[in-house]
Ligand binder design. Structure first.
Ligand code: ATP
Ligand code: MG
Length: 215
């Protein structure tokens, strides 16, 4: 599961848990983007903080792991490079877990068509996004030969990997909303793990006074 995790919240964790259960995955690797190509630098706090919060969040879940692969590479973090590298190193079948909002953005990603040879996708529901867009995106931007298979609950293709679609518990939580709450001094309790919340306050993250250069 890739993302900026700025910061990680219960929407990420619950989606990962439900997908792991549904697919009987051996493990879920959270892959924080070191330098996300699409997000302005201003809003993204340093990798080390996002990593530490992920560590606090996944601690205690034996199936959850972290990878700093994207921080080891110089330059922007392109998923196509990460997945090619993971494929070579792990030699296991890969399922790229992502929310419907992120999947619909795929056509803006570097060499996105190549991804459909590198990994399967597990697209999970996200409040505010309709699954009808998924069908049209796949068929117009990737290949007309993708068709929905009710048995696998996903889109199959004669040559490309499968795009599974899973309805997970809808949690309308986003990192951007959490950042907004923190910046205006509002509570973020029950939106993310307690330990992550404690870390944010300890380090004074996202609180606007500090982000505006008050440090
Ligand atoms: P931001 O608001 O900064 O974009 P975000 O909450 O969308 O943050 P990301 O780090 O961008 O979090 O998301 C990483 C991945 O997790 C994406 O594939 C995204 O679709 C998915 N995701 C994020 N929040 C949820 C949620 N509440 N439910 C399901 N999937 C989610
Ligand atoms: Mg997002």
């Amino acid at each position: 599961m890739g993302g900026t995790f700025n910061p990680v919240h219960l929407g990420h964790l619950r989606a990962a848990e439900e997908v792991a259960e549904s697919f009987e995955l051996m493990r879920v690797i959270f892959m924080p983007a070191a330098k996300p190509p699409h997000k302005g630098d201003g809003e993204i706090i340093p990798f080390i903080h996002r990593w530490r919060m992920l560590e606090l969040a996944v601690g205690g879940n034996l199936r959850f792991e972290l990878s700093d692969l994207e921080n080891q590479r110089p330059g922007k973090s392109y998923s196509v490079e990460t997945l090619a590298q993971l494929n070579g190193e792990l030699g296991e079948e890969l399922y790229f877990v992502l929310g419907l909002d992120a999947f619909l953005e795929l056509p803006t990603w570097k060499r996105y068509r190549d991804l459909f040879s590198l990994c399967h996708f597990v697209v999970v529901t996200r409040p505010g996004y309709s699954s009808t867009a998924l069908n049209s995106m796949l068929r117009t931007q990737v290949s007309e030969r993708y068709s929905f298979d009710t048995k696998v609950r996903g889109f199959v293709h004669p040559r490309f990997t499968t795009v599974y679609y899973r309805e997970v518990t809808l949690l309308d939580i986003s990192s951007s909303r959490i950042r907004g709450f923190l910046a205006s001094g509002r509570s973020v309790r029950y939106l993310l793990p307690e330990k992550v919340e404690a870390y944010i306050y300890q380090q004074g993250l996202y609180q606007s006074r500090k982000m505006n250069g008050g440090q």
